[in-house]
Design a protein. Structure first.
Length: 289
């Protein structure tokens, strides 16, 4: 079984739901506590053993490339001032030379198209796909959990979590035949089912492990829900010839692509930090009156 070494992070979205904040700044750079959303996701990938991160970007996203580069002036200043803790943090969180790639999606044709844009950089290897809007807060980085499951199942895996029945029309939904196992075979999946037609309440959480055969299908995939080239549609075809398992996430998922999800993530991540939680709790309590 081939090891998963590379991860794809699609970051070409316009961020219209966060205007005016995203007029000049990519939505992925909005901060949850003290780090950009994208950094939380890269940290998760690296903690799971990912060695190379492929960013599928678009216009006005250059600052993401700068964020993951070394900054000699800043490093020198921190060293001069004896700020070794901050320096250590910068160094440990910056991917090494040659461990990142950036390619552009060029046109907003959907998630399936964004993933397809990474085909040459990924090559003939299975890979992880992480949608940066979705933050997973749990005891362990979720992708690490999925890697562990992959070592037993092989094939393709999709991270899932339960959502309210009223929200199933906003996500990809999978059917695992009512199984309560953490890792279960997928029977069916559907992208954003109309209200009342979802086969379950298990939503695709934005974490995947995929075989490179997906690229051949994406190449000719016709437009689906919302007029976009949907990854879920190609996965449905792939599921006819390759195994697909769902891995359930036990922690909390925050959809930072929505204002409320973003605010909730800030509250939850602040409360999960030993250095901030005590004072922050008092502030929240005072605001609630
Ligand atoms: C995408 C996927 C969907 C998944 C969701 C998670 O949709 O197509 O299956 O549930 O991400 O955020 P999007 O949010 O890009 O519309």
């Amino acid at each position: 079984m081939k090891r998963i070494r590379k991860a794809v992070l699609p970051v070409a979205g316009l961020g219209t739901r966060f205007l005016p904040a995203t007029r000049a700044m990519p939505k992925e750079m909005l901060t949850v506590v003290d780090r950009p959303v994208i950094q939380h996701v890269v940290d998760e990938a690296r903690a799971a053993g990912i060695e190379h991160v492929v960013f599928v970007t678009g216009r006005n996203k250059n600052v993401i490339e700068d964020h993951f580069d070394r900054q000699f002036e800043l490093e020198a200043t921190l060293r001069d001032r004896g700020k070794m803790k901050e320096l250590g943090l910068l160094e440990s969180e910056t991917p090494g030379a040659g461990a990142t790639s950036f390619t552009r999606q060029q046109a907003p044709l959907g998630l399936g198209h964004a993933v397809w844009c990474a085909r040459d950089i990924i090559g003939d290897e299975p890979f992880a796909l992480l949608l940066p809007d979705m933050l997973h807060l749990g005891a362990k980085p979720f992708l690490a959990d999925m890697m562990e499951a992959y070592s037993r199942t092989g094939g393709n895996l999709i991270g899932v979590y339960p959502v309210d029945e009223s929200e199933t029309n906003q996500y990809g939904i999978v059917d695992i035949g009512g199984s309560s196992d953490k890792v279960a075979e997928i029977r069916r999946m559907v992208e954003k089912p109309p209200r009342g037609t979802a086969p379950s309440n298990l939503a695709i959480s934005g974490r995947y492990i995929l075989q490179p055969t997906i690229f051949n299908l994406l190449e000719t995939q016709e437009r689906g829900a919302g007029g976009e080239i949907q990854l879920t549609d190609s996965m449905l075809t792939l599921a006819k010839s390759e195994p697909f398992h769902a891995v359930r996430f036990d922690g909390a998922v925050y959809d930072t692509g929505s204002k409320l999800g973003f605010l909730a993530a800030n509250v939850a991540y602040a409360l999960s930090r030993d250095d901030i939680a005590p004072d922050f709790k008092a502030i929240v309590k005072a605001h609630l009156g």
